[in-house]
Design a protein. Sequence first.
Length: 141
Amino acid sequence: MSWAWKDVDTKDAAHDATRPAVGVSYFIAAATGLFAILSIVYGHAIFGIDGWSLLDAILFTVIGWRIGKLSRAWTVAGLALYLIEVAVSISDRGFGPGVLSIVFILMYVNAVRGVFAYHRFVKLERAIEPLPDAGLGPAQP
């Protein structure tokens, strides 16, 4: 198994593939929140982050929480929001994403793969579960 491309061939492996994205989401939320608060205190944007970025920090906190709960929609939303933020950063600075951005994108992609695989395994488990016994006893000929 590679750190960059996680195996999602079992239910547990699929769940494990989502965990780094949870951490990344909380890291982004904490860093963004810190710089947003500092920008409010000092009265000017810091590293291009202003007070409105607190909303972004809250959103990434929710995304991390929901990825942890294996939500497909929020996992895709987390990847999409991060890709948008990287694109905006590239357009503002004029150069490509850094190594950390690429690593974070890989973690979100793995989370998307993992959460969809996890739900596929859950669906398969439900499909092969035996039907509950209705208490009628053995079938009569």
